[in-house]
Design a binder for this molecule. Structure first.
Ligand code: PMP
Length: 363
């Protein structure tokens, strides 16, 4: 820390993204990226836009809002775009939380929520998930603050039915309820359709997972015109050109290419089910994931131990050194071949461990 860093950030612990080591080629199953490249239409549109980079991007985001309006059947004034969905989430913490309205979220959920709250210097409160990592909607009725729920949740992958989401939105008429649907295209029911009915709902989605644009940085928010205007007030006070021209063009292409979205998500869902079955056969306990990752533990090997053993074999998965979940790992669903290699590596590690144990017992 320099001697100039504001004291207000002295205790801020920054979010730690999944590792991106460069020492060798890894099978990367640790940051929930897509194994597929972006839609060919998105790629072509981004390439064409490169020739216009001398000009600023459109601060009103017209082409993107129009394309999303078409794709989701909502007026363009109900939609906003961010530099990744993280940016929209950050704006939501800044815009809708304060001393009277703390941020409220689950104890096990997207780790960035806590950092957004701290960075924006707003109070926050956690509500523990149940023993099996499920979320009880009743716990959030009259939450007394701005609610943030990832649906499906991360890193558990568990989805809440739309009726439960609606119960939470209806149960907090005086506060904004933010539903973070980063993984909704892999399962679960979107709450976007509830925007017309509730003026306190903000739904956030990302292009980083199902639309293969993690490196493009693009996220979108759906809400009442008034909530969108509040977010725009902050967006125009921070960076009106928050979405660059190439990413905006890629986003328009990705929104138009519904067939490619369906192809990618169907493939990833099929590979998820196959991998889950293979891991269960190896003795893993898994949550019921509706996302593009699995969340697994094994009684014979610790979470950290498995993560390290796989890293040595050139496979990265995500281990969280956090209460309640340190014995588990989050495994992104990659390509069919990557997941076969992953399952084979895991089987080998378990076998080695068993052989070693038997050897020790015989000695
Ligand atoms: N929400 C959740 C639940 C996530 O897991 C992620 C990905 N780390 C994000 C939001 C942010 O995604 P992005 O900023 O790439 O849109």
């Amino acid at each position: 820390m320099s001697r100039f860093f504001s004291g207000k950030y002295a205790s801020l612990k920054a979010y730690v993204p999944g590792e991106q080591p460069q020492d060798r080629k890894y099978i990367k199953l640790n940051t929930n990226e897509s194994p597929f490249p972006p839609s060919p239409i998105a790629q072509r549109m981004a390439r064409e836009e490169a020739g216009s980079l001398e000009l600023y991007s459109d601060p009103a985001q017209r082409a993107l809002r129009e394309a999303a309006s078409q794709a989701y059947g909502l007026p363009a004034e109900n939609i906003v775009f961010g530099n990744g969905s993280d940016e929209i989430l950050s704006f939501a913490f800044a815009a809708f939380c304060d001393e009277e309205r703390p941020a409220v979220f689950a104890d096990i959920t997207y780790g960035f929520y806590r950092v957004f709250a701290e960075a924006n210097r707003v109070p926050w409160r956690e509500i523990p998930l149940k023993e099996d990592f499920s979320l009880d909607a009743e716990d959030y009725v009259g939450a007394g603050g701005t609610v943030f729920i990832a649906n499906p949740n991360a890193p558990t992958g568990i989805a809440l039915p739309l009726s439960e989401i609606e119960r939470i939105v209806a149960g907090n008429p005086g506060n904004v309820v933010v539903i973070d649907e980063a993984y909704i295209d892999f399962g679960g029911e979107s709450a976007v359709g509830l925007i017309k009915k509730y003026d306190n709902l903000l739904v956030v989605q990302t292009f980083s997972k199902s639309r293969s644009l993690a490196g493009g940085r693009l996220g979108m928010g759906f809400a009442s015109k008034e909530i969108i205007n509040d977010i725009d007030t902050l967006r125009f006070s921070a960076n009106p050109y928050n979405v660059n021209r190439m990413t905006a063009a890629a986003g328009v292409g990705a929104l138009a290419d519904k067939g490619y979205l369906r192809f990618c998500t169907e493939r990833i869902k099929a590979t998820r089910e196959k991998t889950a079955a293979a891991l269960a056969a190896l003795g893993f306990r898994l949550t019921d994931s509706s996302a593009n990752f699995l969340f697994a533990e094994h009684k014979d090997i610790g979470g950290r131990e498995l993560y390290l053993a796989l890293k040595e074999k050139g496979i990265l998965i995500r281990h969280f050194d956090a209460p309640r979940i340190s014995e588990r790992n989050r495994i992104t669903i990659g390509s069919e071949e990557e997941m076969e290699a992953f399952v084979a590596a895991v089987a080998g590690i378990l076998e080695e461990k068993r052989a070693k144990k038997t050897g020790e017992a015989d000695r």
